[in-house]
Design a protein around this ligand. Structure first.
Ligand code: SAH
Ligand code: SF4
Length: 386
């Protein structure tokens, strides 16, 4: 139905399969992931008043209720109706790993057997949740482990929102509890290309940003794309979240070799879309991600070209040391070269910090995410927190 294998070699512009319907294994409908209008329609369909949908929404997204029993402000007959036809919805967690540096990675399995990973990265004063948008990825960037996963399907809004709910559950930090929240920021930088699953990502992020629920502001959400040009503008208009672009090279030839999407949307088109990204300004810059690959894109000539191509775009650069994975073809640039590259950009007025690799011991670093069913486990540690 949803997950026939897709051949790796023919996947350049393959379409990912749609997610299965949002029903639990017993056929009851899952509420997490329904938009507000969809939830209202369900409630009206049960013969209940519209304001009940608002109460339900708050129980699910503000108080973190995972069962109808907990929803004490709803009348018993309504709760019984809900129980009969619906579940709130929680994903199955098959692995929960904590790195020596505090990074935490969950492996989630959905009822059709597909799996994705979600990573929490604690930092001084903030905590970032790295959320997946697809099982695998239809693109095949040469340096990325996710791109080698043979099965690809889109995640549903339920499966995307569930990753944030899971993090809140795991850290007992629902807004109504009044505690300082550890998950302060969301980055759509996990498995998959979010702009190839745009509709579902949009529905999910609108739920995540809703002020009466999870309430994470668009200024604290960053969507990372490999450069799906037609959707970049829509994303800015509809969602207004921060944009990160995986640039990784400064000319079409090099970029086309390591990122096949460049052959569809070349650099000029991509950079024009960035220039026109709604809301972009000096105080709201676009982040350009640049993975440091030895002898591929890391010369000082490349650094100079990077300055040139980003001219006129309010930009900051994130230099990512290449994270190797079993069988990967590239080498990471030397620390010295990364430092020189970064210093040169800073000296020329553009912020270019080197991103520290986090969660290496649990394979949670950028570009390493790939479901366990597809890869032999490296190190595995039982979760120390629960
Ligand atoms: N598909 C989106 C978001 C997910 S990838 C995108 O490509 O932007 C998140 C980031 O990790 C991207 O910048 C990606 O290029 C980078 N990345 C992928 N593989 C990597 C690796 N092995 N080492 C370091 N960064 C990597
Ligand atoms: Fe897909 Fe992003 Fe990996 Fe490229 S870098 S294969 S777009 S997840």
């Amino acid at each position: 139905m949803t997950t026939a294998p897709v051949e790796n070699s023919s996947r350049g512009h393959a379409k990912a399969f749609a997610p299965p319907s949002s029903n639990a294994a017993d056929g009851r409908k899952i509420l997490v992931g329904l938009s507000r209008p969809e939830l209202e329609a369900e409630v009206l369909g049960m013969g209940e008043a519209k304001f009940r949908a608002k109460q339900l929404w708050q129980w699910i997204y503000n108080r973190g209720a995972s069962s109808f029993e907990e929803m004490t402000s709803l009348g018993k007959p309504f709760r019984a109706k809900l129980e009969a036809g619906y579940v709130v919805g929680r994903p199955e967690v098959v692995e929960d790993l904590i790195s020596t540096d505090g990074t935490r990675k969950w492996l989630l399995r959905f009822p059709d057997g597909n799996e994705v990973e979600t990573v929490f990265i604690p930092e001084e004063g903030r905590g970032t949740l790295c959320v997946s948008s697809q099982v695998g990825c239809t693109l095949t960037c040469k340096f990325c482990h996710t791109g080698t996963q043979p099965l690809v399907r889109n995640l549903s809004p339920n499966e995307i929102v569930s990753q944030i709910i899971l993090a809140r559950d795991s850290m007992a930090e629902w807004p109504s509890s009044g505690l300082n929240r550890r998950v302060t920021n969301i980055v759509m930088m996990g498995m998959g290309e979010p702009l190839y699953n745009y509709e579902n990502v949009r529905t999910a992020l609108n739920i995540v940003m809703d002020g009466e629920g999870l309430s994470i502001s668009r200024r604290r959400i960053t969507l990372s794309t490999s450069g799906v040009v037609p959707e970049i503008r829509r994303c800015g208009v509809d969602l207004g979240v921060n944009l990160a672009v995986s640039l990784h090279a400064t000319d079409d030839e090099t970029r086309g070799k390591i990122m096949p999407i460049n052959n569809k949307y070349p650099l000029k088109e991509l950079l024009d879309a960035c220039r026109e990204y709604p809301g972009v300004s000096n105080s709201r810059r676009i982040t350009f991600e640049y993975v440091m690959l030895k002898d591929v894109n890391d010369s000082m000539e490349d650094a100079k070209k990077l300055l040139q191509v980003l001219k006129g775009i309010p930009a900051k650069i994130n230099l990512i040391p290449f994270n190797p994975w079993p069988g990967s073809f590239f080498e990471c640039s030397s620390n010295n070269q990364i430092r020189r590259f970064s210093d040169f950009l800073f000296e020329n007025g553009i912020s270019a910090p080197v991103r520290t690799t986090r969660g290496e011991d649990i394979l949670a670093a950028c570009g390493q995410l790939k479901s366990e069913s597809e890869r032999k486990r490296k190190t595995k540690k039982p979760c120390a927190a629960e």
